[in-house]
Design a binder for this molecule. Structure first.
Ligand code: SF4
Length: 433
């Protein structure tokens, strides 16, 4: 696959290729060539963004020199779930450039009438493929659930806000009666993530992509729809901890009561929690109640990179490690929701720290998630002016595969069928493979 040409925008949403420059990538603070084999066609569901106040950096097709594309603003790609970006878009930020909103900005180029991105499909499960969403069926499902659960504030929130306003893929799957059903529960959080998607402080120029839940659901409100979903959906999962709330472990007593009641009615499916992992004792109580899997979010396996991003209240980085260990001690499944930032994630120091985390926690899975954040803003906020030597994202993945053959790579929480059955064949869309 030859290197594609750089793209630029005219600032009015029109995007053009510049055939005098090949597209480059970025890792950390550095622009660099992207290996030809890393480019794939932009998968369906991907989007393009023009980056105001930024000039793209490309490679001169004749001299091989790096230089700016002065024809317009830089362009980046938002790659769809199930794919992990290997390089960030390369650009130079001009003074007074606005902070970019909370999306991922992967490198992108143009060749043979196609957009190309440096990325890998890291997950076979099709649960968030845009081709699988039928708006008419979703509207019918929404109406049905609102009628089936009158007075249930959580169903009302999930259908009116998450499904019909935010177009949350998980809430849309709930409306379609399949796969992973979201259960937000906490209006508050004990962290202050720089790139929080449900709360951004007034003084920041960017906004959160969705509003935080404003009420504390009752266990009954959770159980009422969770049990039928687990009993009827294919590859059923119910997941506490969603993008439209704070930290679910702050609601552990409510969640524990709900899990106990759910398991009194059915042993089907998986009960999962997506969390910042801040309260290992609460995780222990939930494991005793019947929690099956946990996904702990982190931007790094290093405390010195974690702390300036999460800005934790009354918990420590070590607590998230303990939460993973507690879950494994009960034989449960553990994942990290690993925010991938090329140049940071594939630095030698990060790779060594990640290896140690995998060993110390007997980790089951890494969900290689694209980091939805303005790269310069993020690096500035955490004070990362030096990234150290880099290995390359693909190299890191390969080294980990070789050293930890049982460690799973993906993008989504696995179903019980996949955790207990054949991981390579028990998932939504497996009939394709
Ligand atoms: S842990 Fe989640 S809800 Fe809390 S600040 Fe971070 S992103 Fe926001």
């Amino acid at each position: 696959m030859p290197t594609p040409y750089i793209l630029y925008s005219d600032g009015n949403g029109n995007i053009f290729e510049d055939t005098s420059l090949y597209a480059a990538g970025r890792a950390g603070w550095d622009a660099m060539p992207v290996p030809e084999e890393d480019w794939i066609i932009l998968p369906e569901g991907g989007n393009l963004y023009e980056l105001p106040g930024r000039r793209g950096i490309g490679i001169d097709v004749h001299t091989g020199e790096m230089r700016l594309c002065e024809k317009g603003w830089a362009v980046a790609a938002f790659i769809p779930p199930a794919h992990t970006g290997l390089f960030i878009a390369a650009y130079e930020t001009l003074p007074d450039a606005p902070t970019l909103p909370l999306f991922c900005y992967t490198a992108v180029g143009w060749f043979n009438n196609q957009y190309y991105v440096p990325a890998v499909r890291i997950e076979k499960d099709i649960r968030q493929e845009c081709a699988g969403y039928d708006d008419t069926k979703i509207e019918q499902g929404t109406k049905h659930l609102l009628q089936a659960y009158p007075g249930n504030r959580l169903v009302k929130h999930l259908m009116e806000n998450c499904c019909m306003t935010y177009h949350c893929p998980a809430a849309r799957n709930f409306a379609l009666g399949r796969w992973e059903c979201p259960i937000p529960s906490s209006p508050a959080c004990n962290a202050n993530c720089v790139g929080c998607i449900s709360f951004q402080p007034e003084e920041e120029s960017i906004v959160s992509t969705q509003d935080r839940l404003t009420f504390k659901p009752l266990p009954e409100e959770i159980v009422e729809f969770a049990v039928p979903h687990l009993m009827t959906a294919p590859y059923p999962i119910v997941s506490f901890g969603q993008g439209c709330e704070g930290e679910p472990l702050l609601m552990w007593e409510t969640i524990r009561e709900a899990i106990i009641e759910i398991r009194r009615h059915t042993d089907k499916g998986s009960i999962n929690i997506n969390t910042n992992g801040s309260k290992p004792d609460a995780v222990r109580a939930l494991c005793e109640a019947g929690l099956n899997s946990i996904r702990v979010s982190t931007n790094s396996a290093r405390k010195r990179i974690y702390d300036p991003y999460y800005r934790p209240n009354n918990y420590r980085f070590e607590d998230i490690i303990d939460s993973l260990k507690v879950m494994r001690s009960f034989g449960g499944w553990t994942s990290i929701n690993y925010f991938v930032f090329p140049g940071m994630t594939d630095s030698v120091e990060e790779y060594e720290a990640l290896r140690q985390l995998i060993i110390d926690t007997d980790l089951c899975m890494i969900q290689w998630r694209n980091f939805n954040i303005d790269p310069d803003w993020y690096m500035g906020k955490i004070g990362a002016y030096e990234t150290g030597d880099m290995l390359g994202m693909k190299q890191v993945m390969q080294l980990l595969r070789e050293e930890f053959p049982n460690l799973k790579f993906g993008y989504f929480n696995p179903s019980m069928e996949r955790m207990k059955g054949n991981y390579e064949s028990d998932f939504a869309g497996s009939e394709r493979y």
